[in-house]
Design a protein around this ligand. Structure first.
Ligand SMILES: Nc1ncnc2c1ncn2[C@@H]1O[C@H](COP(=O)(O)OP(=O)(O)OP(=O)(O)O)[C@@H](O)[C@H]1O
Ligand SMILES: Nc1ncnc2c1ncn2[C@@H]1O[C@H](COP(=O)(O)OP(=O)(O)OP(=O)(O)O)[C@@H](O)[C@H]1O
Length: 566
């Protein structure tokens, strides 16, 4: 038998700043050429496992180790970061901390320069990958100035190019538009086959990762391995959601329609499901007996955008321009579309962080005159990258900051902060320093810090990216509740299901333009729009098509309705 390329034996790890171990008695062997998904709730220790593989533990993140972890035959306690960099290539969850080059091109080339490859070979390889990933036009740009999704793709290029035996992807899909997500998974698969690399993917979006074959899924909960199984086996057990991991939508739909999952041999994709009339009949029966909700009525305008746009610099290709739309009081609007299309820029304009070529009215008044601080009383903005928002050391202080600036008294502050922390699942950590939180947990701190201020208009830039299923549901239910109480919410998201279940209207962007302002479900009925805005239909639609249901959109709406009314 061949030696596993990664081997954890009775491995326990405690960060120096923690009282208890984060990883507990991990026993895990991964063979050369395997493709593994690590999933589990936020804060369960997934990234910590990743940090052992790339040497950040114990070289940078120090702590106590019991047992052993061997990577490519070497004990991580006896290996330095530089040595491990030839074995493990990593895309970090926090891509900002990963960029080294002054330009995107330099950054992608870095790994090859490190390996002392000749210049012309480096240039050729960089261009090949930039072409493949549609980022050639960004090669001369500074990585810091890219959109969230563009950063993710550049980081991905850096890993794919590296040809290391172990490729580690920590939430590679978190900021990608749906079409890029599909493409990324296919590319990872292709690279793995070309290089016979060992691929480890840490992701909350299990369904998306499963679009390509996987050897095993490892589920982590509270620092322990709770399952190590083939995807099909795990789906048949149907216990993913018990530990806060979202099950594929099509599997949940089959269940809702009363179909016995154990009777289906292969659950790993819609294509693999059997072509049986009985399944089709049960699904159709289920739609026919579902009620469909009506559309939300229009109310008075809250935010009127008139010819809004911004150009960062003269070289910018397709800057955001001429956005005209009206957001009404009580709307729950999703802002969707291609990476780099200008979604975040729109929100920055609304908040007054960058200049505007057009006009914006808020409640009928031009918002050009009030200061950013005055605007922030009415408009709350949760940014995409939590590290750009956090200014305090302790969690409580970060969430309390806005209330303190607004002169609330101590008791009121405590009550409001605790309430917001509970909603965001952070109450147990209320006295912790922010530095000891996982990325997903940090993101929730920034959401809590805005929720606590109860603004009239709440703008959230991908609040659920990188969140586990339980937290996702908690955050979204709370936003829904706020919306039902009359708050207007705008949410940037790449999650097509979120868009359909929670929002009543969608603005779709591509290449700096607003290309659609419509009902979420309608957005996904037009092929042209889907392609242009880099969207994707959910697997619910694919399921309805496969079983030739009369009206696939009605099936999707019926599913969403049943979830809304749960
Ligand atoms: N640098 C650190 N110092 C101290 N403790 C840490 C550090 N990083 C993580 N932890 C602890 O380890 C736990 C697990 O963190 P990890 O980043 O491995 O979680 P995760 O499963 O990847 O979560 P997420 O899905 O939210 O990214 C955290 O809740 C925290 O208690
Ligand atoms: N500070 C900046 N300087 C120069 N160009 C920038 C800056 N910030 C963003 N851009 C560019 O503006 C365009 C729009 O970026 P924006 O962040 O608004 O996109 P987005 O639609 O939110 O993308 P994503 O879905 O990837 O988050 C991108 O091409 C990006 O490279």
């Amino acid at each position: 038998m061949t030696q596993p390329i990664i081997s954890f034996k009775n491995f326990t790890f405690k960060y120096d700043s923690q009282a208890f171990p984060t990883l507990k008695n991990i026993n895990l062997d991964i063979n050369k050429g395997e493709k593994i998904l690590i999933a589990g709730p936020s804060g369960s220790g997934k990234s910590t496992i990743g940090r052992c593989l790339n040497g950040l533990i114990p070289n940078i993140d120090t702590g106590d180790i019991e047992g052993e972890c061997l990577v490519n035959g070497k004990n991580i306690q006896d290996t330095n970061l530089f040595e491990l960099s030839f074995t493990t290539s990593t895309i970090l969850q926090d891509t900002d901390s990963q960029f080294i080059g002054l330009t995107v091109g330099e950054d992608i080339a870095f790994a090859l320069e490190n390996d002392c490859k000749p210049q012309n070979k480096i240039r050729q390889t960089v261009h090949r990958w930039a072409d493949e990933l549609n980022i050639s036009h960004l090669l001369k740009q500074s990585p810091q100035k890219l959109s969230g999704g563009q950063k993710q793709i550049v980081a991905l290029a850096g890993v794919l190019i590296d040809e290391s035996p172990i490729l580690l992807f920590d939430e590679p899909l978190a900021n990608l538009d749906p079409a890029s997500g599909v493409k990324t998974m296919a590319l990872i698969d292709q690279i793995q086959k070309e290089l016979n690399a060992t691929v480890i993917i840490i992701e909350h979006r299990v369904e998306e990762v499963m679009r390509q074959p996987l050897d095993r899924i490892i589920l982590i909960n509270d620092g322990e391995i709770v399952a190590d199984k083939k995807p099909n086996e795990l789906l048949h057990e149907n216990k993913l959601e018990d530990i806060g991991v979202r099950s594929p939508l099509y599997v949940k739909a089959l269940e809702k329609a009363g179909i016995d999952l154990t009777s289906i041999p292969d659950l790993t994709s819609v294509e693999a499901l059997p072509n049986e009339a009985e399944i089709s009949n049960k699904l159709q029966y289920w739609v026919d007996h579902s009620t469909l909700e009506g559309e939300k009525e229009e109310t008075t305008p809250l935010l009127e955008l008139k010819g809004v746009g911004h150009r960062y610099n003269k070289l910018q290709v397709n800057p955001l321009h001429d956005v005209t739309a009206t957001i009404n009081n009580g709307d729950f609007v999703s802002i969707v579309g291609q990476n780099g299309a200008g979604k975040t820029t729109l929100c920055r304009i609304i908040c007054g962080f960058v200049s505007n070529q057009g006009r914006i009215l808020f409640d009928g008044d031009d918002i050009a005159s009030p200061s950013i601080k005055e605007r922030s009383e009415k408009i709350g903005y949760v940014m995409q990258d939590p590290n750009q928002m956090i200014s305090q050391k302790m969690i409580f202080d970060e969430v309390a900051l806005g209330l303190r600036l607004r002169n609330y008294n101590k008791e009121q502050i405590k009550e409001k902060v605790y309430h917001a922390l509970k909603i965001c699942g952070l109450y147990p950590y209320r006295n912790w320093p922010i530095s000891a939180l996982s990325f997903g947990q940090k993101k929730r701190v920034t959401i809590a810090a805005i929720l606590v201020l109860e603004p009239d208009l709440l703008i959230l830039d991908e609040p659920t990216a990188g969140q586990d299923w339980k937290t996702y549901t908690k955050i979204m239910s709370f936003l829904k509740q706020l919306n039902e109480q009359g708050k207007t919410i705008m949410i940037i998201t790449h999650d097509m299901y979120l868009m359909m279940e929670y929002t009543n209207r969608s603005l779709a962007f591509a290449d700096g333009e607003l290309i659609a302002d419509t009902l979420p479900i309608k957005l996904l009925t037009e092929k042209g729009l889907i392609k242009k805005a880099a969207l994707k239909r959910t697997s619910l639609y694919d399921l309805a098509k496969k079983y030739q249901l009369k009206d696939p959109d009605a099936f999707v709406r019926a599913y969403i309705n049943s979830e809304r009314n749960k």
